[in-house]
Design a protein around this ligand. Structure first.
Ligand SMILES: *Cc1c(COP(=O)(O)O)cnc(C)c1O
Length: 397
């Protein structure tokens, strides 16, 4: 009853841009969430790959509580230590040099695009530079991020979108080559396509793009917003390849629940692109989110989170492959570590809704993929429980 009333109120006052699941979530503990009626859910969605540490981590929560009492916000006109600490840890973890903190993933993409455009502008003084992006990519919902998102359904009503963007096929190097010209300033892609259906970049593809970029001084922007922060078993997914981006975007699990993103540049790009006055944000990297990011990196290091993901990821992968062997409607498994997808020939939306009824949160990607992006702290028993619940759902089809 309470859920129904709350849902009616939501309908009245919240802009209807989401078809939400019929549940009002209330609190969480570890890898479990509870709704306002006390029902328990095993969470394999993690607020869309955000809650890497799950819910109610005492050490993380304590750090935020201390920061709330100390200082929440100062603006970017002054220095604050949490942001300085966070930037140092983000740069150390990525091997990149200069970070700019944003309030979301889309804003990190906006900043990355601006940096790439400014870099090209500094070189030749012209403004008609082009960007190559990928079909089936997802980079966010603001106009600039949408301009590099390869999904016509998201784009069409808002066209014309800013800048000249050409779309290549993911994992098809020749299709990228064919689009490069003297105006190309950047190539942007997700190291693993998330929303598009969990497609990891092939090693030759990523290496090939890196070579093309090096040959022509084109900037490689890797979007690690979903696949980064330890999810694949390395801190950033590209670290498992023999490549390094010129600009990386990060968000989602960067703050493990507080709204924060970042774009991070090599020194070479930083020194030759955005200068004082070129970019800004009122909130970005304020002491509160800075304290969160800083603590997240500490906890990841102390608890060897990437080592845990490497181990548990193999177990998840094995279980998903077992499911694939059992159910004929599972047509593929893709992913790495704790970002996994099962491609289904039955309606994924229905599977996801029925899973909710069984007390399992699992979301979809693309049109036919069931997406698994659990908190990174999951253990084998949680995977066993997920498989049990999912089998109950699969048996209904
Ligand atoms: C979620 C996501 C974004 C957008 O992040 P927001 O915080 O929703 O703006 C961009 N790129 C990728 C790969 C994402 O998964």
């Amino acid at each position: 009853m309470e859920t129904k009333i709350l849902m009616e109120q939501a309908k009245k006052h919240i802009l209807h841009t989401y078809n939400r699941f019929p549940v009002v979530l209330d609190h969480g503990k570890g890898v479990y969430l509870y709704d306002t009626e006390g029902k328990k859910y095993l969470d394999f969605a993690a607020g869309i790959a955000v809650q890497a540490l799950g819910y109610g981590d005492p050490e993380y929560n304590e750090a935020l509580k201390i920061q709330i009492d100390k200082l929440l916000h100062t603006s970017n006109l002054y220095y604050n230590q949490p942001m300085i600490d966070a930037a140092g840890k983000l740069c150390a973890a990525s091997g990149l040099d200069n970070a700019f903190f944003t309030n979301s993933g889309a804003e990190a993409i906006e900043g990355a695009i601006k940096a790439a455009k400014k870099y090209a502008y500094e070189k030749d003084g012209s403004t008609d530079h082009e960007i190559i992006a990928m079909n089936h990519s997802f980079h966010g919902r603001t106009l600039g991020a949408l301009a590099v998102t390869g999904n016509s359904h998201y784009r069409e009503p808002f066209e014309p979108l800013p800048g000249i963007v050409r779309f290549a096929e993911y994992n098809d190097l020749d299709s990228v080559k064919a689009l490069i010209n003297e105006k190309t300033c950047a190539i942007i892609l997700e190291t693993i396509q998330g929303e598009g259906g969990i497609y990891p970049a092939q090693e030759e593809f990523l290496k090939g793009i890196r070579e093309l970029c090096d040959e022509q001084d084109i900037l490689l922007i890797l979007d690690e917003i979903q696949c980064g922060m330890g999810r694949t078993g390395t801190m950033f997914a590209w670290q498992a390849y023999d490549v390094k981006p010129d600009i990386m975007t990060c968000a989602k699990a960067l703050g493990c629940g507080v709204p924060v993103g970042a774009f991070v540049l090599t020194k070479k790009v930083a020194d030759a692109s955005l200068k004082p006055g070129d970019h800004g944000t009122t909130y970005g990297g304020n002491p509160f989110v800075g304290a969160a990011v800083s603590k997240v990196f500490d906890i990841f290091a102390q608890r060897n989170m990437t080592g845990h993901v490497k181990e548990i990821g193999v177990y998840l992968e094995g279980n998903l492959e077992q499911l694939q062997a059992e159910y004929g409607f599972i047509t593929a498994r893709r992913g790495r570590g704790l970002i996994q997808g099962l491609e289904l020939s039955i309606p994924v939306g229905e599977v996801s809704t029925k899973a909710l009824e069984q007390g399992l949160l699992v979301i979809t990607a693309g049109t036919n993929v069931l997406r698994f992006v659990p908190p990174l702290i999951i253990e084998k028993n949680h995977i066993d429980e997920m498989v049990q619940k999912l089998k109950k759902v699969f048996d209904m089809f």
